[in-house]
Design a protein around this ligand. Sequence first.
Ligand code: BMA
Length: 324
Amino acid sequence: MKILTQSLPNIPWEDRPEGCSNVVWRYSKNPIIRRDQAKDSNSIFNSAVVPFKEGFAGVFRVDDKQRRMNIRRGFSKDGINWEIDDKPIEFIQETREPVESEYKYDPRVVFIEDRYWITWCNGYHGPTIGVGYTFDFEKFYQIENAFLPFSRNGVLFPRKINGKYAMLSRPSDNGHTPFGDIFYSESPDMVHWGVHRFVMGAGYTPWQSLKIGAGPAPIETSEGWLLFYHGVLLSCNGYVYSFGAALLDLDKPWKVIKRSKSYLLSPQTLYECVGDVPNVVFPVACLVDGDTGRLAIYYGAADTVVALAFGYVQEIVDWLKYEN
Ligand code: BMA
């Protein structure tokens, strides 16, 4: 199998602990970002990171002490210790008239061709998918929302597919949506989105029975796109967020080759089970080293902190195909 991603020798990493047979394992020093690590922050979670210059850059979901949801920039040398800005990102509007943004949350960042694209859940008469970009993490530009409300979990593929930008999304409602399936859409210009296709829906197995949503940008391998996605189960105490993986067809990513029957990670540690929203692991970013296949998955824990988990692309693909 080939992993069609750049090499990243400085990827954060910790070997699988002895005696652990899980395909994905947690970093022993989790959480890596505390809830109060930025000015006025109530919580920092569901945040996106990418390789940048000699280190890493990121866009962080920081809810402040008024409980306003917004996104801030951060930098890190090692991908583990982060400096996060005091204030939300101010976007320069690249639109005919400014796009309303009542709130911003759950960012994803992916490098495509010449710039870092950012998508997030944008408050525009309800949640929908906001889109912006930066070349240098100094100036940020916002373009039109990709979709009508209500939608969440807008996740771009890291390259054009059949000549078009490609995005996964999850149509929703204005509340704590009790349903949710993943769809695929394409665009010639990042503004006009269409050719919508159903990818996969809630159900299948119990951990993902209520709703599902795409996580980090899919990873290209010769076997297909490796997608991590969250799945939600409704218990007598409320929603429980776990995550698993799927393999999508390279040319027609709405065709699912394989899908997790079991979860890869479910809320089990104290920092995943105790916080503002208990029992949530929510992956939004993933670093990959194309040479070794090492993966560092960044996930929000209990809507309060950021944590890190590790794995190998090859092992996860094998697990999907043969074991799970
Ligand atoms: C979703 C989003 C996520 C959050 C999750 C669990 O609807 O709001 O940001 O992590 O719920 O509360």
